[in-house]
Design a protein around this ligand. Structure first.
Ligand SMILES: Cc1cc2nc3c(=O)[nH]c(=O)nc-3n(C[C@H](O)[C@H](O)[C@H](O)COP(=O)(O)OP(=O)(O)OC[C@H]3O[C@@H](n4cnc5c(N)ncnc54)[C@H](O)[C@@H]3O)c2cc1C
Length: 478
């Protein structure tokens, strides 16, 4: 009980027995699999920094619920300061791991549920908020990590859940029992589902009358019977299994497809079941929180890219090239605009009836649109500054080869006083930062595709107020 150390977190995962597959084979030891371990280490960083003086104040806070110190990743925000701290913490973690740390999604689910379960109970006389509060206490007391299982596989996108030829394309309730429900379906792109203790399921979209079986939310241990994690490929995943040419030597990201093959959910773990009118609110709350989280960690990732670009300039002998300095400026302002937008979304947050704080959705979604475009531009700038060996550097194994190793070291040398090995390492890091598909593609689709951000902005923005301002200036009476 209480805050876990990094090692305690890893050991707690070791005690779990999830059903996991990768490359067609069953993985029985998740924690010691090098591919998965690199992802687990990224989440472990959220535990590690809670023990470090430099980060402790930002990471550790007090829970008003259990009246104990907790890791911020188990605390739904209950003040503007909490909303701001989320962004700052995510940036620090982005800088530390250089990829996705994978623990924000669980917090974003907890934050959405802290508001919506209360709202449902007020209207429908249900007991979901109490279920949620008990679950939250359990998460906080044991310092657990949650995974956000939101994105259904969705089948034919032009059809709604119950119109699909195969009714399981959206996760649904297939059996209602006295003691709980049985669910079936599949959630795609499940960031770090094997690094999590609990899978937190939310609906993926707004629902209509008739969609009751699909309007479901609950939490379930990641190793529950019937739950199958199928680890997806990422562009550089084999490097971790090979144990060389990893670039980022410790941290990585993986995103399984998660199949719910008739999984039983006890009644007390259910947070929504059939209240179709609240599915949309659940999605908007979660995705807005999550889009804000992205801006924090991705600005931290751009910081890593800026550091890589500047170091490569030193190693290449280009540190005085003025056009490269301009490109560094272009990277810095992109990181700061992203960060600033997420901070603004926090400062403009507001208290909800449940007592928790929600961010400004327009600002959060604006930050995500910015991220989708500008992360790609930051990557382009970094690659431009570093040079072509980001794409096709010889392997470390070639360096170790007695015949070609010395030749590679001779011809890959940059400035005289920098060991060639360091220049090679930095190229590798640039490659990982630019091309780790499990992370870079989340810049675009993570937290919803760009059109979802735009639609939310259109819906949430007070357009009438803007028209009124223009008409007033033009002297048009309304
Ligand atoms: C790296 C990564 C990590 C992720 N992590 C998680 C996670 O941890 N948990 C989680 O739940 N999800 C996660 N996601 C999923 C993410 O939220 C989805 O990828 C996103 O919502 C888009 O859904 P999709 O991939 O099914 O694409 P689609 O929904 O198929 O979208 C593809 C394109 O089609 C458009 N489109 C789709 N349907 C329609 C329609 N009906 N009408 C018009 N246009 C349409 C979209 O706007 C988009 O441009 C992650 C995604 C990525 C890439």
């Amino acid at each position: 009980m209480g805050l876990k150390t990094r090692q305690e977190y890893i050991e707690s995962l070791r005690r779990m027995k999830p059903t996991a597959y990768m490359f067609g084979e069953r993985i029985t030891n998740v924690v010691d699999n090098p591919r998965l371990r690199a992802g687990i280490e990224a989440t472990a960083a959220t535990y590690e920094i809670a023990q470090l003086d430099e980060f402790r104040n930002l990471t550790v806070t007090r829970s008003p619920l259990i009246h104990e110190e907790v890791n911020r990743f188990t605390l739904p925000p209950s003040s503007i300061e909490d909303l701001v701290a989320r962004v700052k913490l995510n940036r620090k973690l982005g800088q530390r791991v250089g990829t996705c740390h994978q623990r924000c999604t669980g917090l974003d689910c907890l934050s959405a549920l802290s508001i919506v379960t209360y709202d449902i109970d007020q209207k429908c006389d249900t007991k979901y908020h109490q279920h949620f509060i008990e679950f939250l206490k359990y998460m906080q007391k044991n310092d657990l990590t949650g995974n956000a299982a939101v994105t259904d596989v969705k089948g034919d996108r032009s059809l709604g859940p119950r119109e699909q030829p195969d009714k399981d394309m959206y996760l649904r309730v297939v059996e209602r029992r006295e003691d709980g429900i049985v669910v079936r379906g599949a959630k795609a792109h499940q960031t770090g589902s094997l690094s999590a203790h609990e899978i937190i399921v939310l609906p993926t979209r707004a629902m209509r009358k008739g969609d009751e079986d699909y309007a479901v939310s609950f939490a379930v241990p990641a190793d529950s019977p019937g739950l199958i994690h199928i680890v997806g490929r990422s562009s550089l995943d084999q490097r971790e299994l090979d144990g060389c040419d990893m670039g980022n030597i410790r941290y990585s990201k993986y995103c399984p497809t998660l199949i719910f093959n008739d999984v039983f959910i006890p009644r007390e773990r259910i947070f929504m079941c059939g209240e179709v009118e609240f599915a949309g609110e659940m999605v908007v709350r979660f995705s807005s929180y999550h889009r804000q989280s992205h801006g924090g960690c991705k600005s931290g990732k751009i910081d890593c890219m800026i550091g890589t670009a500047l170091t490569m300039m030193d190693y290449n002998g280009t540190s005085q090239a003025s056009h490269l300095k301009q490109k560094v400026i272009d990277m810095v302002h992109r990181a700061e605009t992203l960060y600033g937008c997420c901070l603004a979304a926090s400062y403009e947050g507001r208290k909800e009836p449940s007592g928790n704080y929600f961010i400004d959705t327009t600002l959060a979604n604006a930050s995500k649109i910015h991220e989708g475009k500008e992360m790609a531009e930051a990557i382009r700038l970094m690659v431009d500054i570093c040079g072509g060996f980001v794409s096709d550097l010889p392997s470390d194994r070639d360096l170790e080869n007695p015949e070609i190793g010395p030749l590679i070291k001779k011809y890959l040398k940059g400035v005289q006083d920098v060991p060639v090995e360091n220049r090679i390492k930095m190229f590798r890091l640039a490659e990982k930062l630019a091309m780790e598909s499990a992370d870079t593609i989340s810049d675009i689709h993570g937290g919803g595709s760009p059109e979802a951000h735009r639609v939310t902005i259109l819906r949430e923005t007070d357009l009438e107020a803007k028209k009124k301002a223009a008409k007033r200036l033009a002297g048009i009476e309304t």
